[in-house]
Design a binder for this molecule. Sequence first.
Ligand code: COA
Length: 152
Amino acid sequence: VIESAVRIRDANPEDAGSIARLLEQLGYPSTSDEVAARLLRLTDFGSAIVQVGEVRGQPVGVITCHVFPSIHATTPTAWLTTLVVDRDCSGQGVGTALTTSAEAWARNRGASRIVVTSGNHRDGAHAFYEHLGYSRTGVRLAKLLSPSQTAT
Ligand SMILES: CC(C)(COP(=O)(O)OP(=O)(O)OC[C@H]1O[C@@H](n2cnc3c(N)ncnc32)[C@H](O)[C@@H]1OP(=O)(O)O)[C@@H](O)C(=O)NCCC(=O)NCCS
């Protein structure tokens, strides 16, 4: 098997369709229009990146990362907020290249720690992150927020 070179670059509006297909594989079905709008919002946010990994000129993976200040640390914290690689292209180093790139961006933004939360069922992803030096330090709890009941 000849491994193809992986190229990492910032996402642009033309990637919306490819990113939408990747998000569907991740379990978040989205239209290209929705993704295009979200790309704009993330760019406006100013403290996040969206990058794609290309193999043979095709975007086959996407990562997003946020950096934000907190009250419990002087340096900002980085959060990997999305990562998915096309299942047909797994095991080619695309996920590693995307994660390494996001880590470098976060480091440049002053972050000294990067975290990711990952669903309990994603055993493959957990092995992937541990391979990259991440360790299990907590548990994620989530709650759906229903529309607000009038505060009195
Ligand atoms: C997890 C994921 C991002 C990995 O991307 P990838 O491009 O296949 O990863 P890489 O090729 O860079 O793998 C690097 C190393 O991680 C480990 N690894 C990757 N996927 C693994 C898996 N499913 N099971 C066990 N180890 C795995 C391996 O040690 C691998 O090294 P090797 O190829 O020398 O064996 C990708 O499989 C994916 O998108 N999965 C579905 C979505 C998902 O779970 N996303 C994370 C949400 S938090």
